[in-house]
Design a protein around this ligand. Structure first.
Ligand code: IPM
Ligand code: MG
Length: 354
């Protein structure tokens, strides 16, 4: 199991160290872990947020464990040199078109959600975000001068039929293995791209009579996610809408620090990362929640390495530490045990061993 370990910036190195600790604590599994710089850390060393050597390592690995990238100090660099280009470049170069972002609520954290416990209790939804198309990558883009001299910024939203079909197909398959409901989210009342998306998904739905397919406009979906999130099972949507909705959905679960993600190519290779960012404000203070990264490692075992029993073990250990009352500051409530990043990782390892 060849794994590229890309810690990145901010809290990335700390949270990834805890995930590696947990992987190494699993009995009977042999990991070949190789580390490389990415994001701002790579820019500082090489002038490039995604150096060729890092990309090559990612290419020849079976999976990538990714921390986070970004720091305010790089915000004034030209776009090609900014840390975010590393993750966008990896997605594009490795063809990681399917981004799975589960949002499930651990019963122990119901009080940490900003919504009333009865609205979120038992929440278990999966957002499937298309990750290599849409306005994120569409061309042309830039800033141009109009006749008369006024400047205009522009981007292009595009989806090919192939791009829509492959992600929707995965959406139907995932729904089949879960609650058998798929909600496709778009903005078909305004956007041509979205109407095309909706037509294709509707057509595909005929082949999945056992999956209840619905369509929803993205603005309504944003509202429904806070009004009645439990109505959803699997949501499939484009890159931009998925970016926004998955951040929103994460907060239903109490903390963005709890949510893992998988970005998969067509052959099961994947990049695994927490959905939260690099949080430079709390970096190197032993404050960050490593659970999203640890749960991302569990997703890696499940989706790339087909080791569901090992993934189950990690997930059970995470539940256990929450039951034991361990909480990093982001999910801390009165009457629970406040711990740091390292202690949380240790607690998960201890729970694994038991
Ligand atoms: C995410 C992030 C990225 C995105 C940024 C860092 C480029 O917000 O993974 O959701 O917009 O996709
Ligand atoms: Mg985002």
């Amino acid at each position: 199991m060849k794994i590229a370990v890309l810690p990145g910036d901010g809290i990335g190195p700390e949270i990834l160290a805890e995930a590696v600790k947990v992987l190494n604590a699993l009995d009977g599994l042999d990991f070949d872990l190789q580390q490389a710089p990415v994001g701002g850390a790579a820019y500082d060393q090489t002038g490039d947020p995604l150096p060729t050597s890092t990309l090559e390592l990612a290419r020849k690995s079976d999976a990538i464990l990714f921390g986070a990238v970004g720091d305010w100090k790089y915000d004034t660099l030209p776009r090609e040199q900014r840390p975010e280009q590393a993750i966008l470049g990896l997605r594009r170069e490795l063809g990681l078109f399917a981004n799975l972002r589960p949002a499930m609520l651990y019963p122990e954290l119901a009080g940490a959600s900003s919504l009333r416990p009865e609205v979120v209790a038992g929440l278990d939804i999966l957002i499937l975000r298309e990750l290599t198309g849409d306005i994120y990558f569409g061309k042309p883009r830039g800033v141009r001068e109009l006749e008369g001299g006024e400047r205009q910024g522009y981007d292009t939203m595009t989806y090919t039929e192939t791009e829509i079909r492959r992600v929707a197909e995965l959406g139907f398959d995932l729904a089949r293995k879960r609650g058998k409901k798929l909600c496709s989210v778009d903005k078909a009342n305004v956007l041509e791209t979205s109407q095309f998306w909706r037509d294709i998904v509707t057509d595909m739905g005929k082949r999945y009579p056992d999956v209840a397919l619905s369509h929803m406009y993205v603005d309504n979906c944003a509202m429904q996610l806070v009004r009645n999130p439990k109505q959803f099972d699997v949501i499939v949507t484009g890159n931009l809408f998925g970016d926004i909705l998955s951040d929103e959905a994460s907060m239903l679960t109490g903390s963005i620090g709890m949510l893992p993600s998988a970005s998969l190519d067509a052959n099961g290779k994947g990049l695994y990362e927490p959905i939260h960012g690099s949080a430079p404000d709390i970096a190197r203070k032993n404050l960050a929640n490593p659970l999203a990264t640890i749960l991302s490692a569990a997703m890696m075992l499940r989706y790339t390495f087909d080791r569901p029993e090992a993934a189950d073990k990690i997930e059970a250990a995470v539940r256990k530490v929450l039951q034991q009352g361990y909480r990093t500051p982001d999910i801390h409530e009165p009457e629970t045990r406040k711990v740091g990043t390292v202690e949380m990782g240790d607690a998960v390892v201890a729970a694994l061993k038991r």
